[in-house]
Ligand binder design. Structure first.
Ligand SMILES: [Zn+2]
Length: 167
């Protein structure tokens, strides 16, 4: 089970994605581990997969050939069943980037792993959804076509009402 791809990302996961794109792979791994630990749904496997992508890049950036190959394998096992977009994250692109990195690492081989070009560590892409919490019951609300609805108590408003607060 790959879990529900429709929801929003929790703050810790978002933090991990941003750190990943800053090429701070160790810190990205820590933030994603927090997101993974706090999640009970099977969507936690997605966070773990991206976490392992960060660890793969971390190993390779330190010239660790064996670590990079092994972690890539574990990572692809977790990510392979996810659709191209899940939780707004472009998982398809991540998988292609990981395969390109793995192919280049294998081409270099163990002897020359230290020469790996870090510009091949491509950025993650995602659509950041705003996370709404119901002011009546605290449940996470669902945004669709500018209508924001609480699945628990039915509280709803229109996103155009909110712009007044945010502008
Ligand atoms: Zn509510």
């Amino acid at each position: 089970m790959s879990g529900d791809c429709g929801g929003a990302l929790p703050p810790k996961a978002l933090e991990g994605l941003k750190l990943f794109n800053d090429k701070r792979f160790f810190e990205a791994h820590e933030a994603l581990e927090d997101a993974w630990r706090e999640e009970r749904d099977s969507i936690r496997n997605l966070y773990q997969g991206i976490l392992q992508a960060a660890v793969t890049y971390f190993h390779i950036s330190r010239g660790n050939y064996e670590g990079g190959i092994k972690m890539h394998e574990r990572c692809m096992k977790l990510l392979k069943d996810y659709p191209d977009v899940c939780r707004g994250i472009n998982v398809g692109k991540l998988k292609r980037d990981l395969e390109a990195v793995n192919a280049e690492l294998k081409r270099l081989g163990e002897e020359r792993a230290g020469e790996f070009d870090p510009s091949l560590f491509k950025e993650l892409e995602w659509n950041e959804r705003r996370l709404w919490l119901c002011d009546l019951c605290g449940t996470q609300m669902v945004e669709k076509n500018c209508k924001i609805t609480c699945p628990n108590c039915g509280n709803r408003f229109d996103c155009s009402d909110l712009n007044l607060h945010f502008d």
